[in-house]
Design a binder for this molecule. Structure first.
Ligand code: ADP
Ligand code: MN
Ligand code: MN
Ligand code: MN
Length: 372
């Protein structure tokens, strides 16, 4: 830790008996912080997380406004041609990183040197509203040596059934729980609103839930929670498989394994405080009308997952239903019991979807419906 001491410590004033006054010691403690700048690359249809560290000195944990813009070589991330490859990183959200001494996680947007948002910068394009709340349920698979964690080499474990919220070595193995526990703690230390975890339906499949207010903040937290998980798994020789249908098999056969979703729960101030059946029905009509625009941003390969089986609706149908896990939008019992007030669950977004685009699209459709 660097200490800057301007002048001899503690004393100021003249000399001679009685002339010395004790002053507060003007010490400024500076520390070198490790700033991990995180961004989304230009790969399609599924962007990858990228990050790099810069070390800078601050008097205290840095605030967002104190973090400088930075840059990277976009020709290595499918974000630029080689001849003009500098892409600007603009910090947009800052989190504590308890895995590193003086660690900071800095979520960034990408910009061209002209000042325009990079085409891959989905965050820059979405509407925001701090009174719209999102709860994302992120499902994913742990993968080791090319197969879900716990699958025997070249084969399959017992059919799914006991794995969902399961306990015991034969259901969850010996490593996964250690990882998800650490992930909770790192997220909490970071100030991310992680709300829970559970083992999921397929072996090696898990879920965590992230809640946030505003489409940008909720999705920032989601991306950083994904980053933390992917980085945490490195030391276990495990990868996170975000794709929505990594294990395929004939339907209705024993080898038919669940896909991964990112159920997106949402509520606006109007939905929470006013609601009503008439407004709800107008809202659902708007979701039906914009079905294609929603599906377009709900994640790649979603036709493999939204089949009408495994608690999903088909990709080409829109439906809603009370407590209906086979509907596109599930309406919680509490919503109806409270006079059509509260939150709704869009079950269609998949595990690999970009939460910026998902939250932005939901908000856009909701905002298209008049509240009077
Ligand atoms: P399930 O697995 O039964 O679908 P979860 O408990 O996994 O449900 O997830 C419920 C999600 O709903 C959580 O992410 C939570 O943050 C979110 N949620 C709860 N209340 C609200 C609300 N008022 N607005 C938006 N999201 C909400
Ligand atoms: Mn859930
Ligand atoms: Mn789930
Ligand atoms: Mn759900």
């Amino acid at each position: 830790m660097a200490v800057s001491r301007p002048g001899p410590a503690g004393f100021a004033g003249g000399s001679g008996p009685g002339a010395v006054t004790l002053q507060p010691n003007p010490i400024t403690l500076m520390a070198k912080y490790k700033l991990e700048y995180i961004w989304l690359d230009g790969y399609t249809p599924l962007a990858n997380l990228r990050s790099k560290t810069q070390i800078k000195e601050f008097a205290a944990f840095p605030k967002l406004a104190e973090l400088p813009a930075w840059g990277f070589d976009g020709s290595s991330t499918r974000q630029a041609e080689g001849k003009s490859s500098d892409i600007v990183l603009k910090p947009v959200a800052v989190f504590h990183d308890s895995t590193r001494k003086n660690g900071v996680l800095v979520m960034c947007e990408t910009y061209l040197h002209t000042g325009a948002a990079h085409p891959s910068n989905s965050r820059a394009t979405i509407p925001d509203d701090p009174d719209t709340w999102f709860g994302f349920e992120q499902e994913y698979f742990f993968y080791k040596d090319g197969a879900p964690l716990g699958f025997p080499p070249g084969g399959f474990p017992e059919p799914q059934g006991p794995y969902y919220t399961g306990v015991g070595y034969k259901n969850v193995g010996s490593v996964a729980r250690e990882i998800v526990e650490q992930h909770i703690d790192i997220c909490l230390d970071a100030g991310i609103n992680i709300e829970g975890i559970n083992a999921e339906v397929a072996k090696g499949q898990w879920e965590f839930q992230i809640f946030g207010k505003g489409s940008k903040s909720a999705a920032d937290q989601m991306w950083v929670a994904r980053y933390i998980m992917a980085r945490l798994c490195e030391k276990y020789g495990i990868d996170v498989e975000w794709r929505c249908k990594p294990i395929r098999g004939p339907f209705d056969a024993p080898l038919d394994w669940n896909g991964s979703g990112m159920h997106s729960n949402f509520s606006t101030k109007h939905m929470r405080e006013v609601g009503g059946k008439a407004y709800f029905e107008k809202l659902m009509a708007a979701f039906a009308k914009h079905m294609d625009e929603h599906i377009a941003v709900y994640g790649p390969e979603n036709h493999l997952r939204l089949t009408g089986l495994h608690e999903t609706q088909s990709i080409d149908k829109f439906s809603y239903g009370v407590a209906d896990r086979g509907a596109s939008i599930r309406v919680p019992h509490s919503f109806v019991n409270n006079g059509y007030k509260g939150y709704l669950e869009d079950r269609r977004p998949n595990s690999a979807a970009d939460p910026y685009l998902v939250a932005g699209r939901i908000l856009k459709t909701v905002q298209s419906v008049p509240t009077t």
